[in-house]
Design a protein around this ligand. Structure first.
Ligand SMILES: CC(=O)SCCNC(=O)CCNC(=O)[C@H](O)C(C)(C)COP(=O)(O)OP(=O)(O)OC[C@H]1O[C@@H](n2cnc3c(N)ncnc32)[C@H](O)[C@@H]1OP(=O)(O)O
Ligand SMILES: CC(C)C(=O)C(=O)O
Length: 650
């Protein structure tokens, strides 16, 4: 067995030992990982390594039975280099600095910043990083390639720029597939080996920690294992610290990765660090990376959210929690709870839309829709969740739709704080819940969709309560829309540029839209109980029907409830549901609102054959929800007081 011999635990290592779930964890880079650190280990503690694992034992124990096993695993982020090779991804130097800072705070061990031999932006990044980037945990890595064919390392611009980047770690890509060496590099097999060995040695002579990314390693190994291994041997002769095996084309299967990595690990022995770099061309990059870890790799390269060339790289946002929660590697410690925030922030910086179905961090990752699922989860959270979402900073969501059962409605009512466990036993409440469920199913059948319109669901539930009185009623509304011909003053029309053509029109057409609304609004006295319903009559002009009604409604409501001034319409989506009926089709309208003061966002939905009616109802619901959020107590009638039902138009 290739055990390293026992040696005393150094102070440095001692400080990095942490305990969690009755297991002891160690971080080789001596980072504080946020777990409770044992205050003092006995000085009799000895340590040794075997296959990327760390064993601890007491010195006096003759047999040295290890009582603690600690695994080492490093995360190497290449978002700033390989991630930037993804289509439509382009980082500024400032973006790169911000991302590197965020990755460091999150706790990855290596951050590949770019390829200084590629472009001036990356040169500037490394220059600014020296002054501005004070990394606490991670090591910054400069990326490049082996020297060009037929020249000395000291004459190779790419290697020189790697040294000038002044990072402590350098990674170079080396060819390891025989055919590629012949067809692409166009050099002899011996010259490629020399390029690898000499380049690594040159970098080691400059005191760098050197990783060699063996490009196309798995394909190369399948075609000619001995040459692929010879490339790694050349890297070792040069002094490489980590050999990174790459599935460059993303075409390998997990068991292929496992077998090849196992062979390489046993070829080089347990002391040699092996890394893995996978691409996602068959959607297997995460699985392949984990297979390599299972086979002995102790460094995983990948990118945030899987950005990268073609279909992307191995997604670290999935790999990190899997390593930590399922495979017991402590990679980022307690920082794991910021995983969801980091993933979404990266999407914003990268200008990539959030993908709700992303494992662990997506909006849908813990969203439960089916009635059976929700009912089971309410009894046992583990029923349909592989982890507690809060471990990765995400949250469970129960959706309400035509696929719901009573459980979905009960959960929503509990969240809203309007039903207690004992009330749930009451037949009257049971009937009410059943009624709401049936209303949801019937409205969805008419074209509503309540997913993504939680405000409408809340209102429906509130309106079902005996003591609810709506904050306002829409008594009448009228929308006028038409066209107005506007004549130019004499001389004004000359040389008017329309669509790039000069013409001498004497008038232009302008569309006009006006809305008139009459509301009965409950007034509140100092935010307390409503005192009376005030009639308000308002009109507004807008650039379209929805805009005009929105302005008129808001004008009327603000007269009584000034804070509604901050409520704005943020998005408006329309979908025709029955294409075959053409203009007689049902239209579904979803409106998103934003309160600039409270920063809350909410959505409402309505479906109707008249698009204006659907829009007005969705707007009213949005304003009603805003008022309920601000003055929840005001619209509950006290006992004995007569309650008024909602302002529903339909
Ligand atoms: C698998 C990967 O993702 S590796 C990283 C890939 N990333 C990138 O290519 C992005 C950055 N690249 C660049 O900016 C440019 O391609 C540069 C600056 C690196 C090179 O640009 P150019 O000098 O114009 O060369 P070009 O890109 O056209 O061709 C690549 C050259 O590098 C050679 N090359 C390829 N791999 C290696 C290697 N591992 N070691 C040495 N030379 C290599 C090729 O043989 C070719 O040289 P040749 O034209 O003499 O045959
Ligand atoms: C340079 C290496 C790491 C690479 O991107 C690949 O082989 O896919």
């Amino acid at each position: 067995m290739a055990f390293l011999s026992w040696r005393p635990l150094t102070m440095k290592l001692e400080n990095s030992i942490t305990v969690r779930n009755n297991k002891c964890w160690i971080s080789d880079s001596c980072q504080s990982l946020g777990f409770p650190v044992l205050t003092k280990f006995p000085s009799t503690l000895w340590i040794k390594r075997y296959k990327q694992q760390v064993f601890l034992c007491r010195k006096n124990n003759q047999h040295c039975n290890p009582f603690l096993i600690v695994n080492r695993m490093d995360i190497y982020d290449t978002t700033l280099r390989d991630g930037a090779q993804g289509e439509n991804i382009s980082f500024t130097v400032i973006d790169k600095l911000r991302i590197a800072k965020a990755l460091d705070e999150f706790g990855v061990q290596y951050i590949e910043g770019g390829w200084p031999g590629s472009n001036p932006k990356d040169v500037e990044f490394f220059k600014r990083a020296k002054q501005e980037l004070h990394l606490c945990r991670a090591k910054l890595v400069a990326f490049g390639s082996t020297r060009r064919k037929g020249i000395r390392c000291q004459d190779d611009v790419n290697l020189r720029l790697l040294i000038e980047a002044e990072t402590s770690v350098v990674t170079i890509v080396a060819k390891s597939w025989k055919e590629q060496v012949i067809n692409v590099l166009n050099v002899s097999l011996e010259e490629n080996l020399a390029m690898i060995e000499e380049s690594v040695r040159f970098l080691k002579e400059h005191d760098k920690e050197v990783m060699v990314d063996a490009e196309h390693f798995f394909d190369g190994y399948s075609h000619n294992a001995s040459y692929a291994l010879a490339c790694l041997d050349a890297a070792i002769r040069g002094g490489a610290d980590v050999l990174v095996l790459c599935d460059t084309n993303g075409g390998c299967l997990p068991w292929h990765i496992y077998e090849t990595t196992s062979s390489v690990a046993s070829h080089f022995g347990s002391q040699q660090r092996i890394g893995i770099h996978c691409h996602n061309d068959m959607e297997l990059a995460v699985s392949n990376s984990l297979s390599a870890v299972y086979a002995g790799a102790s460094l995983v390269q990948g990118t945030m959210n899987g950005y990268g060339e073609r279909t992307g790289n191995a997604n670290l946002i999935s790999i990190i929690p899997t390593l930590q929660l399922k495979m017991n590697y402590n990679v980022v410690g307690s920082k794991l709870i910021s995983l969801t925030e980091l993933s979404r922030w990266m999407d914003e910086v990268t200008n990539v839309p959030h993908q709700p179905s992303r494992p662990y961090v997506g909006d849908c990752a813990f969203a439960h829709k089916g009635g059976l699922h929700v009912s089971a989860i309410l009894k046992d959270e583990r029923s349909y969740q592989h982890i507690d979402p809060s471990l990765v900073g995400n949250r469970k969501r129960m959706l309400i739709s035509e696929l719901s059962g009573r459980g979905n409605i009960v959960d929503k009512m509990k969240q809203m704080g309007i039903v207690t466990d004992s009330q749930l036993q009451d037949p009257e409440w049971k009937r009410r819940i059943q009624g709401i469920l049936e209303q949801v199913k019937s409205l969805e059948n008419k074209g509503y969709t309540f997913e993504g319109a939680e405000a409408s669901i809340e209102l429906m539930i509130r309106r079902s309560l005996n003591n609810y009185r709506s904050p306002f009623e829409l008594l009448d509304f009228t929308v006028l829309t038409g066209n107005k011909r506007v004549y130019y003053a004499v001389g004004e029309s000359n040389n008017i540029l329309t669509h790039g053509v000069y013409s001498s029109e004497t008038f232009r057409n302008e569309s006009i839209t006006q809305a008139i609304v009459k509301l009965g609004i409950l007034e509140t006295s100092n935010g307390a109980c409503p005192i009376e319903r005030t009639r308000c009559f308002e009109a507004a002009e807008g650039n379209g029907p929805l805009n005009a009604v929105n302005l008129a409604l808001k004008k009327a409501l603000v007269r009584v409830h000034a804070p509604l001034e901050h409520v704005n319409l943020q998005d408006y989506k329309v979908r025709i549901l029955d294409n075959e009926s053409a203009t007689a089709a049902v239209t579904r309208v979803m409106v998103e609102f934003y309160d600039a003061e409270t920063k809350c966002v909410w959505s409402t939905v309505c479906a109707h054959s008249n698009i204006i009616v659907a829009s007005v109802q969705a707007l009213m619901d949005g304003f009603e929800y805003a008022l309920l959020q601000r003055l929840p107590a005001c619209f509950i009638a006290s006992e004995g007081e007569s309650s008024e039902k909602s302002a529903v138009l339909l």
